[in-house]
Each structure stands twice: as C-alpha cells, then as structure tokens.
Design a protein around this ligand. Structure first.
Ligand SMILES: Nc1ncnc2c1ncn2[C@@H]1O[C@H](COP(=O)(O)OP(=O)(O)OP(=O)(O)O)[C@@H](O)[C@H]1O
Length: 294
C-alpha cells in the first residue's frame, strides 16, 4: 500500500446473519490521518461493520482493505498496527491498571510509555488499583488505554465514552485530538452527536445496514437541513414556525406586523443531532413499511 492509499477501503460490504441483512452493501473510504464517525441507531450495523474491519467477524460479501490488507487474512504484524476499543468493557480481573497495561504493552513492537498512557486517560490515582475495584467509567478508561498502548496507526473506537462523566468525556476528546495530531487514523462510533461533531472530519450515517449519508460534519443531511427555524406565537396565541436563511429579517417583519415583541420567540439552528434524527427518521418510515410487506 502507498502513502496515498486510504487507510480503510470498504466496497459493497455485506453481512447476513441467517435471513437478516445486518450490513447491506456499504461502501466508504477513510483517508490516512482522518477521524471518521460511523453514526446510526441501535442495530444499524455499525459494530458488525467495525468488527469485520478489525478481522473479528467474517463478511458475507464485498471487498475490504484495512491498512492495505484484507482483514480476513490479517496476520500478527497487521494486528499490531491496530488499536481496538470494543463496545463491551474489559473483564474485571485481579491485575492492577498498571500491570494490565504493562502486560499488553509487551505484545507490541513500539508501545507507548505505560505511565504516560495512564495519565492520558486520567487514571493516575488508580494505577495500582485492581481492575475489579474500578467503577464502570474507570474500566472504560482502561479499555481506551489498552486501545492506544500499542501506538496504533488505526484506532477503532466503538462507543468509547459510554459511562464517562462529562469531565472524563472532555478529557477523552483532548486525548483523541492529541492522537489525531500525531497522525493516527480513527474510526469512531458514538451515540453522542456532539462527540462526533467535536472529533470527526467526516461521518457516515448507517441505518438498517445501509449507508444513508456520508460527508463532512458540515454536509451531513444537506444544506437545507441547516436552515434556521424561527418559532413564535401570533397575537391570537397560535404557534408559527418558518425556516429562513434570514431569521433577523423575519423577526423584524413579525415585530412590525404585530407591533410588539412576539410571544415565545425562538430562533433555532439545527444541531447535528437534530439533522441526524431527521435523516434517520426519513429512512426509517419507508423501510419499516417494506419489512411488513416483504
Ligand atoms: N452474532 C449475531 N447473530 C445474529 N444477529 C446479530 C449478531 N450480531 C448482531 N446481530 C444483528 O445485526 C444487526 C446489527 O447489529 P450491530 O451490533 O452491528 O448494530 P449497531 O449499529 O452496532 O448497534 P448498537 O448501536 O446497538 O451497538 C442487529 O439487528 C443485530 O441484532
């Protein structure tokens, strides 16, 4: 693979579990150094896609290349270039945080310094604590530490901050930005849309096993979905809502018309979460009809 080849190339990926098409013809690339978020509702096919890319799951069809290798045939050297934070949390064991990390660091040719990684995930105070004595969020931090200890070229993060308190989530974002600045390619799934917006360069939205949109965070859902919404009540108390690129002018005209401050006035700029929910809802309706009739 050359330096300009994408880190991940997925073409027409399919995975069937018996009659269920969990992944149904998904294609995307992730460029080297890019942070790419795979978004979608529960059961959309995100973890299945990621696990195929990690070499943990066999695909039913399609072509996949991860760091120039087909994951179905990836050997030890290839695996050593990956960092993996699975959705499920690490087993609670008798080892301490530092022992566990030292143990895993031994598997890699050029691991990060264990103490640095412990500090990066904010577990200095727990370095000598047994895993079984950690809280859920602290254990999740150990998962993230294990994912980055091998200095991966490509890091898979499957819902990495589930169970983190808000402060830990912010610290995690700082860590991801650091890894990104070092050139790490990152594939992230998350149900926190603010996290996707903060961290990723591009996102793909998957629903019912199909990729329904892909683009930069600013493009997802299209420009139309980003037009501000003005809401207000007229003098009779009736609610109104209008989308406009010029909300200030609309509000001025309403004020002129009614001669006073409108009741319950709001100007809302749709967040990534609003846009994502509309996008997923727009495909959910037709597909559920076809499931009934199929
Ligand atoms: N081992 C399996 N056997 C059968 N069906 C499975 C298996 N693993 C996943 N599925 C099904 O495949 C579909 C996709 O699941 P997947 O775990 O990839 O979704 P997801 O997008 O990661 O969801 P979540 O956000 O809940 O983690 C779901 O309908 C799920 O029930």
């Amino acid at each position: 693979m050359t330096e300009t080849d994408p880190a991940v190339r997925v073409r027409d990926l399919r995975k069937e579990y018996g009659p269920l098409s969990a992944v149904d013809g998904v294609s995307f690339d992730i460029e080297r150094g890019e942070t790419f978020a795979l978004l979608g509702p529960n059961g959309a096919g995100k973890s299945t896609t990621i696990e195929i890319l990690e070499g943990y799951r066999h695909r039913t069809g399609g072509d996949v290349s991860v760091l120039g290798t087909d994951p179905a045939r990836g050997g030890r050297d290839w695996k050593a270039k990956l960092g993996i934070v699975l959705q499920s949390t690490a087993e609670a064991g008798v080892m301490t945080v530092a022992e566990q990390l030292r143990h895993f660091a031994g598997f890699y040719p050029n691991p990060r310094d264990v103490d640095e990684v412990i500090a990066a995930v904010g577990l200095e105070a727990k370095a000598k604590t047994r895993l079984s004595k950690l809280s859920g969020g602290q254990r999740r931090r150990v998962d993230v530490a294990l994912g980055i200890i091998g200095r991966p070229e490509l890091l898979f993060l499957d819902e990495p901050t589930t169970g983190f308190d808000p402060e830990a989530r912010r610290e995690f974002w700082t860590l991801i930005r650091l890894l990104k600045s070092e050139g790490t390619t990152i594939l992230l799934t998350t149900h926190y849309l603010d996290e996707a917006a903060q961290l990723s360069d591009r996102a793909g939205v998957i629903a019912g096993g199909r990729l329904i949109d892909i683009g930069s965070i600013d493009e997802i859902g299209g420009q139309e979905a980003r037009i501000p919404i003005v809401r207000w009540r007229d003098v009779a108390g009736a609610r109104h809502e209008q989308r406009t690129d010029e909300p200030g002018l609309l509000v001025a005209s309403i004020v002129r018309e009614i001669g006073r401050e409108p009741d319950d006035l709001e100007i809302v700029r749709p967040s990534l979460e609003d846009i994502y929910l509309d996008l997923v809802a727009s495909v959910a309706a037709p597909s559920s009809v076809s499931e009934v009739t199929a």
